[in-house]
Design a protein around this ligand. Structure first.
Ligand code: ADP
Ligand code: MG
Length: 289
């Protein structure tokens, strides 16, 4: 590949809304055969809304919502933003801790509060009572995400959140297939929600319930099996996987950490532009052969 031809490629990329780190990036793109897609914020809008707040017997829905919202006000996660926005009052929080890909914890109104994936509460021996476990199952069967809320050593409620698939995701995935790429959906969210989204956009391979630190292992596993892997993501939890991938594509609407870890940035956060990026690299290399 001559530097001149590759420079033409990067200039054309900018016109298409693709920021390219360096000319050599396009060269790596040519051999990509697998495309790993993060779910929330990449295939879906990442704009979550609260659908339901469920309280355990003897607890109030208001308390569940208020204490969870107070804690989530300090979170940058889409789930956190939705929960924070759903409450009218946000009491002060002490000792806030974000546990990436798991949830958040801190002290609110004198209570030690935990909000996050149901397994996070189980780690704290806050097992879900049957009524809450049923709410979790119901939510997940609808393709939604159930967040557990507990304080002072007991699970007290569940908040059901969800977002929608971006309008261009299904078409983009069909075109990626036409280009010979196999799509894989990779998410920290639950299996049922992940399958629901995968079904809507035409992805067959789903890897769910993945902890942030394990996303990178999934990319390595594919590479060890001989795949040349592109990864598309937007979150802090995607950064290591984006850096590990043969080609990392960040959503321009995502976090700075994801953008820094990537080779390409899709400025508008539209997956159709990922298709343009792959086509552009192939065209650029064909021209110079
Ligand atoms: P994704 O891979 O879809 O971007 P994450 O790895 O960010 O998802 O999160 C995985 C799961 O961890 C979420 O589905 C949710 O259950 C839980 N979680 C993460 N952050 C939070 C938070 N701030 N509040 C509540 N739950 C959270
Ligand atoms: Mg994401």
């Amino acid at each position: 590949a001559t530097p001149t031809a590759l420079m033409v490629g990067t200039g054309r990329g900018a016109q298409l809304g693709i920021l390219i780190k360096g000319p050599e990036v396009l060269e790596n793109t040519r051999r990509v055969d697998t495309i790993v897609l993060d779910k929330t914020g990449t295939v879906t809008t990442g704009e979550m809304t609260v659908h339901e707040v469920v309280a355990a017997d003897g607890e109030s829905v208001d308390d569940v919502r208020r204490l969870a919202a107070a804690l989530e006000a300090a979170s940058e996660h889409p789930i956190g933003r939705a929960i924070a926005a759903s409450a009218d009052s946000l009491p002060a929080v002490e000792g806030f801790t974000n546990r990436e890909g798991l949830g958040v914890e801190g002290v609110v109104e004198g209570h030690a509060v935990v909000v996050g994936r149901p397994s996070l509460l189980a780690d704290w021996s806050q097992h879900l009572p049957a009524s809450l476990a049923a709410a979790v199952e119901r939510a997940q069967a609808q393709g939604r995400t159930a967040v557990a809320v507990g304080w002072d050593g007991r699970a007290r409620g569940v908040i059901v959140v969800g977002d929608t698939v971006k309008p261009t995701s299904a078409e983009a995935i069909a075109r990626l297939r036409d280009l010979g790429l196999t799509p894989v959906l990779l998410t920290g969210d639950n299996e049922a929600a992940a399958r629901h989204v995968a079904g809507q956009v035409g992805i067959e391979t789903v890897v769910a319930d993945v902890l942030p630190a394990d996303k990178v292992d999934e990319v390595k596993r594919l590479q060890a099996a001989g795949k040349v892997v592109a990864m598309v993501g937007d979150g802090v939890n995607d950064a290591a996987a984006l850096a590990q991938a043969d080609l990392g594509l960040a959503m321009g609407t995502g976090t700075d950490v994801a953008i820094e870890a990537s080779d390409l940035t899709l400025v508008r956060g539209d997956l159709l532009v990922a298709v343009d990026a792959i086509r552009l690299s192939r065209r650029t290399l064909t021209t110079i052969k």
